[in-house]
Design a protein around this ligand. Structure first.
Ligand code: FAD
Ligand code: NAI
Length: 488
């Protein structure tokens, strides 16, 4: 038995070392060039963003077929499904990011990366303006033949007064860091006040607004942290800490099956999370929120406010929509069933949360599949462009007709994007999760501790790199041995 165990440890170690070596030592890349070996021009493909949609495209694209340029203010990919676990320290932030440059370096053709944000897109001239993040806001113009817009979305506040100034969001790494700092500062400040001080009570009321999956997962992580870790270090204070989840609709997690919603809401009750349903926040000050429930207006003092009420388009998206007559939705960029931007179908595609298309929700699952689909479209587009170039070179009419027939055939092979919904997962606390799975036409609902193990394995499988997978697994192991850290 000992020999078998040692054997499997050795094989496991060799496998991990091999995978890590392969990831960190990619093969040499083909450099960018103005033309291909046959003299045909090499088109420039600009990809905006380094999130789920854009990175999925980049990972699946044959980057030797284009001069690929990636523009994103964030020089890393962020694995958002585990972001709610980071402010409390279940997962370390570094474990769920992957640098753009290492993703780009692993592709076969050279990829140029600008740490910049696109500020203005001109779909008629096929140009865009970008503003550098690292070089004092320097602006620069880029020309493209093809453009993929994958800039995601920003948190929405619905214009509710005081939200932007006082609340924290949970969308990006700095948001998670800000929540962590506020949490720890509040706990320490409250500990220095007497138990009867109302200020102590306020500081220890952590309010989450929005009962979608972001708000629910974060509230669950927060309560876990209080029950499993803080209760050991600060037993008295931890009992005073209160997590409140405010949701405008009659239920949380509205995209999940009713049975799972009830399961989650019951668990929240057991966990003592204060669930305020049918309650809409109307105003926020630095210390209180005003919420409306029926005809009643309630003032809720808070120490920390985390705002998770969904998405709104980014400025660059709104600017682009404002320029094009066919872009008449306020919810996002309108695309057709091949992900082409309405009004610029010949040269611009858009993926992920910046788009609006009925039936495609703003999820990582959708953006990821869209990126994969676009990689295959761009492979065909390259072949089409090569054939078109041959047509221009060839003056023989019958040859041209043959090549044109090939072009038409290839264009016909570009089928509409078909989303394959595999289901939804959410962590709901106390090492329990819910899963609303779709396998073919059948639907399955799972909930509980086994589902939590399934949730963990699904997210491990989805991690972008082998390095991320190992770091996340180590974080989970670390928390089960040592608990969560309680320093900033
Ligand atoms: P993003 O991933 O947001 O990427 C947008 C990219 O564009 C970023 O790199 C950004 O820096 C860049 N960018 C921004 N502005 C500009 C600009 N002006 N120019 C160039 N680049 C720009 N979905 C699931 O399916 N399952 C989950 O479990 C899940 N969990 C989530 C948890 C949290 C906390 C959050 C916030 C979301 C979660 N989602 C989940 C939703 C999922 O993260 C999004 O649907 C997904 O990130 C959308 O991908 P995207 O590529 O459109 O945008
Ligand atoms: P969401 O749009 O899913 O939910 C926002 C919630 O906030 C809604 O239930 C809404 O009724 C509520 N709300 C809005 N205004 C309010 C107010 N003033 N007062 C009280 N409640 C208010 O937003 P979320 O959770 O940020 O998710 C964004 C996207 O990311 C969604 O598409 C979601 O599916 C996806 N996501 C998926 C996850 C998963 O699958 N596990 C995890 C996190 C996000």
């Amino acid at each position: 038995a000992l020999r078998a165990t040692l054997g499997s440890v050795l094989v496991g170690t060799a496998y991990v070392s091999y995978k890590l070596y392969r990831e960190s030592n990619p093969a040499p890349q083909k450099p960018q060039a103005a033309t291909f070996d046959n003299g045909s021009p090499r088109k420039t493909l600009v990809i905006l963003g380094s999130g789920w949609g854009s990175v999925s495209l980049l990972k699946n694209l044959d980057t030797t077929l284009y001069n690929v340029v990636v523009v994103s203010p964030r020089n890393y990919f962020l694995f958002t499904p585990l972001l709610p676990s980071t402010p409390v320290g279940t997962i370390e932030l570094k474990s769920i990011v992957e640098p753009v440059r290492s993703i780009a370096r692993r592709s076969p053709g050279e990829v140029i990366y600008y740490e910049a944000e696109a500020t203005d897109i001109d779909p008629t001239e096929k140009t865009l303006k970008i503003k550098s993040i690292s070089k004092d806001d320097t602006e620069m113009d880029l020309k493209y033949d093809y453009l993929v817009v994958g800039v995601g979305a920003q948190p929405t506040t619905f214009g509710i007064p005081g939200v932007f100034e006082n609340a924290s969001f949970l969308k990006e790494i700095p948001d998670a860091q800000e929540i962590r700092i506020k949490m720890m500062n509040n706990i320490e400040k409250a500990a220095s006040l007497s138990p009867n001080d109302p200020e102590r009570k306020r500081l220890l009321n952590f309010v989450v607004v929005g009962g979608g999956p972001t708000g629910v997962e974060f509230a669950a992580e927060l309560q876990d942290y209080i029950d499993q870790d803080l209760s050991k270090w600060m037993p008295v204070l931890s009992k005073e800490l209160k997590v409140t989840l405010v949701e405008a609709l009659p239920n949380i997690l509205n995209m999940f099956d009713k049975t799972l919603v009830e399961y989650a809401q019951d668990l929240f009750k057991q966990e003592k999370i204060d669930l305020k349903l049918k309650t809409m926040v109307k105003n926020v000050t630095p210390t209180t929120i005003t919420a409306k429930s029926g005809d009643n207006l309630e003032e809720i003092p808070y120490g920390i406010l985390v705002w998770a009420t969904g998405n709104a388009p980014r400025d660059v998206t709104k600017k682009l929509m404002g320029k094009m007559e066919s872009q008449n939705s306020r919810r996002g960029l309108l695309i057709n069933d091949k992900l082409q931007l309405l009004g610029a179908e010949d040269s611009v595609w858009a993926v992920g949360d910046c788009t609006f298309y009925p039936g495609l929700f703003p999820t990582a699952q959708v953006a990821h599949q869209e990126g994969e689909y676009l990689a295959s479209v761009l492979r065909k587009q390259y072949k089409i462009d090569q054939l078109k170039w041959q047509m221009v070179q060839n003056s023989n009419a019958s040859e041209t007709a043959k090549v044109k027939a090939k072009v038409d055939k290839l264009q016909g092979q570009i089928k509409p994007f078909k989303y394959n919904h595999q289901g939804a997962l959410a962590y709901i606390g106390s090492e329990k999760a819910i899963a609303d799975l779709a396998i073919g036409e059948s639907k399955y609902q799972l909930a509980g501790s086994w589902t939590f193990l399934f949730w963990k394995s699904a997210y491990l499988g989805m991690c972008l790199s082998f390095r991320n997978r190992i770091l996340v697994a180590l974080d989970w192991a670390k928390v089960s041995f040592f608990g969560r850290d309680s320093s900033v």
